[in-house]
Design a binder for this molecule. Structure first.
Ligand code: ASP
Ligand code: MG
Length: 421
């Protein structure tokens, strides 16, 4: 008998029929003799719809009220699921993040979990009941206000609860059969990964793979929570995200190809090529609270002594960064700014890359054969990322996936649901 945390995403609880289907699945696990704690996301696109609704009321909704509004989404699904499970003859009780003891810092909209004290959840388990917890939310102890953990945060709730309860496994149920070598929505020949280490999964998540959130993987790695990513629409075994790949086995050179469409590129044109200018430029961006990703500085033209510096950042921070830089233009003395949000980022991830030469060469060759121009490059020990035109990104992902022989020629990846919104 094990303690299992099961998390169901929005597309798995999109309507009443789906909620009943999930209830059956939870009850099956319970009847198999396990203790079950369930974490749910908001139904379908509820969170997006609530955001749209707030925008209709006011273009700049106060962040505190946004958090209260958005936590309602998960509360709807948790109570409906509790009802559905009870109807099947198993006692179930739902809890908000606050009731479940999810304690966060005070940052509305992207709060971090600082502690989990799930005494009510433990009591519920002890009584032989199923505990259902609203994902993506917690409470800040100094303000006593509810907070949200950032988009996709229910995964983090599930892993944090699993860590605190010392669960045997955290099952993340989604609308695909696991973690794939590329997004099956773009690459139907993507292959399901049976097992992946935390490090490689972390790079995949950081590079735009949406199947698991970055913070969730960070949390799982820190507390060594085994995570099983699988589909709520099938009974197939999914992907086990865990500490180490089997040490007796060689690590795969490439785990997968991730992509990201959420970034933009700023080019600062005509920066005086003297010490201190880059430092000042990135200080300004940092002071504006903007996280940057890739940076490229061109060779300066000898005649002018001026250079261009390009960097990528989340497109949602584009206006903030541009305004901050423009305000400091006289002091830095650059000529102009170019803003481009029609870029895409492709990342090749694999722990075996560390000890394997020739990976970059093969990547660049694949892109050149597909006629894809590379605009920026960055690397880590186990990742190579390139920036391309946004409209070439899908082709680029498919070409690279094929070049690294990741295509599955036998089974086609299934996308069971979700709008991908
Ligand atoms: N409902 C929230 C969102 O859509 C949290 C989650 O789904 O994990 O971002
Ligand atoms: Mg969602």
């Amino acid at each position: 008998m094990a303690l299992i945390v099961q998390k169901f995403g929005g597309s798995s609880v999109a309507d009443a029929a789906s909620i009943k289907r999930v209830a059956k699945r939870v009850v099956e696990t319970k009847k198999a003799g396990h203790d079950v704690v369930v974490v749910v996301s908001a139904m379908g696109d509820t969170t997006d719809e609530l955001i749209d609704l707030a925008q209709e009321v006011t273009p700049l909704p106060p962040v505190r009220e946004m958090d209260i509004l958005l936590t309602a989404g998960e509360r709807i699904s948790m109570s409906l699921l509790a009802m559905a499970i009870t109807t099947l003859g198993v006692e179930a009780k739902s809890f908000t993040g606050q009731q479940a003891g999810v304690i966060t810092d005070e940052v509305y909209g992207k709060a971090r979990i600082i502690d989990v004290s799930p005494s009510r959840i433990k009591d519920t388990i002890a009584r032989g009941e199923v505990a259902i917890v609203a994902g993506f939310q917690g409470v800040n102890p100094s303000t006593n206000d509810v907070t949200t953990l950032g988009r996709g945060g229910s995964d983090t709730t599930a892993v944090a609860l699993a860590a605190s309860l010392k669960a045997d496994v955290c099952e993340i149920f989604t609308d695909v059969d696991g973690v794939f070598t590329a997004d099956p929505r773009i690459v139907p020949t993507a292959r399901k990964i049976g097992r992946i280490g935390y490090d490689a999964m972390l790079e995949m998540a950081a590079s735009g793979a949406k199947v698991l959130g970055l913070r969730c993987v960070e949390y799982a790695r820190r507390y060594e929570v085994p995570v099983h990513v699988r589909s709520s629409f099938s009974t197939h075994t999914g992907t086990l995200v865990t500490d180490q790949e089997d040490p007796s086995m060689e690590q795969p050179i490439i785990s997968g190809v991730a992509h990201d469409r959420s970034e933009a590129k700023i080019t600062v044109v005509g920066v005086p090529d003297v010490p201190g200018k880059a430092a000042r430029l990135f200080e300004i961006v940092a002071e504006a609270g903007v996280n940057i990703d890739m940076i490229v500085q061109n060779v300066s033209a000898a005649a002018t002594g001026l250079t261009d510096i390009s960097f990528t950042l989340p497109a949602t921070d584009g206006a903030t960064a541009t305004a901050a830089l423009t305000a400091d233009q006289p002091a830095i003395g650059f000529e102009s700014l170019q803003y481009d949000d029609t870029i895409g980022k492709l990342s090749l991830v694999g722990a075996g890359m560390r000890s394997h030469p020739g990976v970059s060469a093969k990547l660049f060759a694949a892109l050149s054969e597909a006629n894809v121009n590379i605009e920026m490059i960055s690397t880590s020990e186990i990742r190579i990322s390139v920036v391309t035109r946004a409209d070439q990104l899908d082709d680029a992902v498919r070409a690279v996936h094929t070049a690294f022989e990741l295509d599955d020629t036998e089974t086609e990846a299934v996308v069971y649901g979700g709008t991908g919104r």
